[in-house]
Design a protein around this ligand. Structure first.
Ligand code: F6R
Length: 263
């Protein structure tokens, strides 16, 4: 795992955008795993601008989102389908046929979860999976005690997640109690992971997730097991990390980061 600290949320998001742009230029039909949430809004804004101003081409990319609420239709403004179209897809030249999200309205959720995994496999698996970090330590909606071998499935949300996400609902009683989410095993099968976390509210859980012991109580600790994982954070989120100086040294000295340093 490599951890990169950037001074602000804008700079952290811009670094992730450039990493994704590079992956896309290296492989135009990239299979890109996407996340939703407040943290990602800034990143999608930057990627949309890169498309509009620099011609970053999404025409062949295939995308798979981590999760979707159960019982919220795609055209409902609270759905993750809607979020993705609002914040990202409508601003770029992606082929609508290449957009995949789990269907939270499916009658048979187990069949939907299985078919979602099959679609990923048919595309050759996920090349780069983008991750946010929930304050309970979840990635996707893999709440505490999610098995590290878990695959896409329906999952009950914790009271903390429900309380946190119900902010987005004018009528908080409409906040779903369950979601369809890629599993930890699904996420770990991705060829590369990029986790983006910003702001002081993420400092405590970030320190546990990347420097603490691996435990299914904090599903984000599973990323420590991945062979190609980059964690990009701002100084606020990084404030409780013990090895901050080492991470800074890596970014300043490792050749891998050279092309990103001088911009
Ligand atoms: C949603 C997802 C979640 C969020 C996490 C952080 O697709 O994967 O794990 O990334 O809850 O959300 P924000 O950015 O709103 O703090």
């Amino acid at each position: 795992m490599q951890v990169v600290l950037r001074p602000t949320a804008d700079e952290a998001s811009s670094l992730v955008a450039r990493m994704i742009a590079k992956a896309l230029r290296d492989k135009p039909d990239l299979v890109l795993g996407l996340a939703t949430g407040t943290t990602m809004e800034r990143l999608y804004g930057i990627l949309a601008r890169m498309h509009q101003k620099e011609g970053l081409d999404f025409s062949l990319v295939r995308t798979f989102n981590l999760d979707e609420y159960i019982g919220i239709p795609a055209d409902d403004p609270h759905s993750y389908h809607y979020y993705m179209h609002q914040h990202f897809f409508r601003h770029i030249n992606i082929d609508r046929r290449n957009i995949f999200l789990p269907d939270g309205m499916a009658k048979d959720l187990k069949a939907e979860a299985k078919s979602y995994e099959e679609k990923m496999a048919r595309c050759g698996g996920i090349d780069v999976q983008l991750l946010g970090l929930g304050t309970v330590g979840h990635i996707g909606f893999n709440e505490p005690l999610s098995s590290f071998y878990s695959r896409t499935r329906d999952k009950s949300l914790t009271p903390t997640t429900i309380a946190q996400n119900s902010r987005m609902f004018e009528d908080s009683s409409r906040m779903p109690r369950r979601a369809l989410t890629m599993g930890i095993g699904t996420i770990l099968d991705s060829k590369a992971l990029i986790l983006l976390a910003t702001g002081t509210t993420k400092a405590e859980i970030l320190a546990k997730a990347i420097e603490g012991p691996v435990t299914s109580m904090i599903s984000a600790t599973a990323i420590q097991l991945h062979h190609d994982c980059r964690v990009i954070v701002d100084e606020e989120a990084a404030s409780l990390l013990q090895a901050r100086d080492y991470y800074r040294w890596i970014y300043e000295n490792e050749p891998e980061w050279e092309e990103y340093r001088h911009r």
